[in-house]
Design a protein around this ligand. Sequence first.
Ligand code: MG
Ligand code: ZN
Length: 224
Amino acid sequence: MKIIKSKGPEIFDIELEKALLAKNRSLAKANKKRFDRSKILAIDIMGSIGSGKTTLIKAILKKLGIGKKVAVIAGDLTTSIDAERIEVEGAHVVQVNTGKECHLDANLIHQAIDRLKLDGVKLLFIENVGNLICPGEFPLGAHKRLVVTSVTEGPYMIVKHPYIFREADVIVLNKIDLAKAMKVNPSQLQKDAKKINPNAPFIRINALSGIGIPKVINALGLKT
Ligand code: MG
Ligand code: ZN
């Protein structure tokens, strides 16, 4: 993101950024068509580092049961920790290392799809890079976008990141068991979320113990 000044070169930067975002949107549309052709439901999981994206995906996979044809694209700057954590649930995982890029984009997903064996895959989770800012601006072609935040991130995560929460189809508040210890009021966070995005369901969960996971599965239109 650029600081906008009223001088020449910066205006050029804005045009570049616009073109970049437009290119990404058209690639995202192509990805969605590809998913639709293969009858795959794709879900983009966004949230900051440590919010519980991987744990949430694992919890959903556990609840859905083995034998489901599920694939996961795990985005990360440099490590494959999350991919390995998810693989033990039996899903087919492709790791996308983004290096210094702080978000996945539609082109990276396009390339990852080519490396995935999509035959028979019905459900695809895309774990975005841990970040609450730019992933919102870069749709990937997923049918649903879920944002997970947790009470350990403090009371202002939602009000401070209106853009990404506005983009969300489902908003999840994780680590609900720690709310008291963190002195965070989940009802206030829910109010903040509803103000920004009245349509997205707001679901309180504990991804580690499984509390609230059936509601998430339901909100995503998945069946156990
Ligand atoms: Mg993760
Ligand atoms: Zn970024």
